[in-house]
Design a protein around this ligand. Structure first.
Ligand code: TMP
Length: 237
């Protein structure tokens, strides 16, 4: 497979065309941003860790009945994925109160939730990704009702599979963000990444943060946290 021209550069990844129209190559960067791009930095080794962790988790999810964009890992930072049209939503799933939910509702971080919470945000940098509900989504035509039904079903499946998996490496899955896309044949698939950039991972015993919150909140030990997650997942660097 040939890596052709760059199609897109995001905050953490670049996307390249290939010689096959339905496939693209994602190239993970070490760049990190927070506060919707207002805070910038580099997390050494992050690109490779996020690439390998995402691929490992996507393959596991496929086996559990969640279709994904994953095709083939071609280097430590590069993966061939199906070309999709991204549904312009950030799908957030929460098991324990943290971050913006804690702020919005005044619930201390670490408070368990009685059942998983799904939230949707409209992907729009200029508007800081505002939270929306199913009525907004249907009214704007960002996804069909049928797609939204599948998105919620897949999101809860991802949650239960990942909770069980991370528990085995003594990590508590606090919350995470998913993105979905539609392939050329109209299939809805899980896309983007599942990594310490997009999940909150707490050590199940010490509650130490092992994710990007260390960067967002200037806590130090950022690279060490990514490396620790890679170590627990037995990802070779
Ligand atoms: P929040 O508490 O800031 O709303 O974040 C919830 C989860 O979603 C957390 O695991 C981080 C992830 N997330 C992203 O991956 N990208 C984003 O743009 C936002 C706002 C959150």
């Amino acid at each position: 497979m040939k890596k052709l021209e760059q199609l897109y550069e995001g905050k953490a990844k670049k996307v390249f065309a290939t010689d096959q129209p339905d496939l693209v190559i994602v190239d993970y960067k070490d760049d990190a941003t927070a506060l919707n791009g207002k805070k910038r930095g580099t997390i050494k080794g992050k690109g490779a860790i996020n690439n390998m962790m995402t691929n490992r988790l996507m393959q596991m999810l496929e086996k559990n009945g969640v279709p994904t964009h994953f095709v083939e890992e071609i280097s430590d930072r590069e993966t061939v994925v199906k070309k999709v049209s991204i549904v312009p939503l950030e799908v957030i799933i929460r098991n324990v109160a943290a971050g913006s939910l804690s702020k919005r509702l005044g619930i201390p971080e670490g408070t368990p939730l009685r059942k998983p919470v799904i939230e949707y945000c409209y992907k729009c940098d200029e508007l800081d990704d505002p939270m929306v509900n199913e009525y907004h989504i249907a009214a704007m035509g960002w996804a069909t009702d049928e797609q939204m039904k599948l998105i919620a079903e897949y999101a809860l499946k991802v949650d239960s599979v990942l909770i069980r998996f991370f528990k085995e490496i003594n990590v508590e899955l606090i919350d995470f963000k998913l993105e979905f896309g539609v392939t050329s044949d109209g299939t809805l698939v899980l896309a983007d990444e599942i990594s310490p950039d997009t999940c909150r991972f707490w050590d199940a015993t010490t509650h130490e943060k092992l994710d990007k919150d260390r960067f967002r909140r200037d806590m130090g030990g950022v690279e060490e946290a990514y490396i620790e997650m890679a170590r627990r997942l037995h990802i070779e660097e």
